[in-house]
Each structure stands twice: as C-alpha cells, then as structure tokens.
Ligand binder design. Sequence first.
Ligand code: ZN
Length: 265
Amino acid sequence: MAETCHYCSLMIRPSYVRLILVAAVAVLLAAALAASSGRAAAAASAKPLAGIIVGIDPGHNGRNADDPSFIDHLIWNGRERETCDTAGTETDGGYTEARFNFKVATYLRADLQRDGARVVMTRTSNTGVGPCVTTRAQIINRAHADVAIDIHADGGPASGRGFTVLEPVADGPNDRVIGSSRRFGSDVRSAFLSMTTMPVSTYDGVDAVAYRDDLAGLNLTTVPKVLVECGNMRNATDAALLTSARFQQEIARALAAAIIRFLGR
Ligand code: ZN
C-alpha cells in the first residue's frame, strides 16, 4: 500500500505543479495585458490632437507645367476669375516650389498624425497635375477641417528675403472664419519667428502679414485657414534653406506647434 500511495503521490504532484504554473502564467499575462492596454489608453488620451481634423494644401503639383490647357483654364475664385492653378516658382538650381510644398506637407502630416490628428491633403503625390485651387478649397471644406494651412514658397525679387502669412478678407463664403483665420495666422507667424531661422519678409506684407482677396484658397474657405509663403525661392540665402530637408522639417514642426496652439491643445 505504501508503495502504491507513494506511486500515486508521485503521479499527482507534477500535475499540481503544472496547474499552479499555468495559473500563475495566466495571472501574469492578464496583469501585463491590463497594464499595456492602460498605457495605450493613457497615451491615446494624451495625444494633443486626438479627434482633430487638419487640412493641408501643398500648393501646385509637380506636373502642372506639362498640362497648360488644364492648368490655365479659368475658374471663379469667389471674387473674380483666375486660372485653375500655376506651375509655381523654383530656385535658380531648379528645385521646384511644388516639390518644396509637398515635402513640408508630408513632414507636417507625419507630425500631426503622431499627435493624434486626422489629416486631409489636397494632393498625395508630387507627380500629378492639379487639382484646381477651387477643388483644393472644396476638399478641405467638405472634410470639415478644424483648421487648415496652404503651404507655398514665393517667387519674389532676388534681393528680397523672408516669410509672409497671407490672411483672408471677408467676401461671403469665408465670412464666418475671418476672425479665427487671423488668430491662426498670428500663431503661424509667432511659430515661424520662434522656431525657424527664416526672417519676416523684406518685400511682402507688413511685419510678415498680408491680407489677400485674390486667392481661391482663402476666398472660398469655410474653415480657419491661412496661406504661408515660407520664404523666397528666388533669393539665394532663402533658397539654400528651403531646399534643405532639415529646414523643411523645422517649418513642419513650427506649423504643427501653431496648430496645437490655435486649437488650445
Ligand atoms: Zn505657390
């Protein structure tokens, strides 16, 4: 009997040990899962732009110059007729404004998405034609963006430097977002001054602000929006900055900071 019992206990004991081990592993796994999902929830709720929609319009497009009949056709910009778009400007070295605009937009989209925003872009490559400036405004309006930015670089006089924030003028469709757009413009201007090395424009606007009633993107907007000319591609000093990936990322960070500040996040 003693031998049998001894035999039994030997058989039973490992299964108890297995049970205890399985239970312990299950408890540890459950605790780890709970902790990680708690951390994920905390991280999601900590993202400053969670629940926000941001519109980004990278001006022009890489192939606009190849289709003049489309790009030159006239559209109604809310106040007058203008062409669907233009090819934009470029540096003396041939770096196009369309490429610069798209690079900054792509960096900005990544920054905003990291902060929890949903981003709506008016174009998703730099190898196409269009869309027209009217369509770009519609894309952002229909997305009901909380705020939007038109990204450009200027083709000013070669001796002139600096950035300018172009702000809308009331014309009907945009009436309800004039005040908020100007507040956002002020945030963009402050962020450029504190977070980039680009100076205020020496040739456009007053103290880096210009009010414009001739641009479809601003005339037709129903969401708070400004257009930023990030620098002058025709000026050698500005061009050296504008074509550098590091500076493009610096601009994107400044714009993201301006958006977060504008939204009070
Ligand atoms: Zn432009």
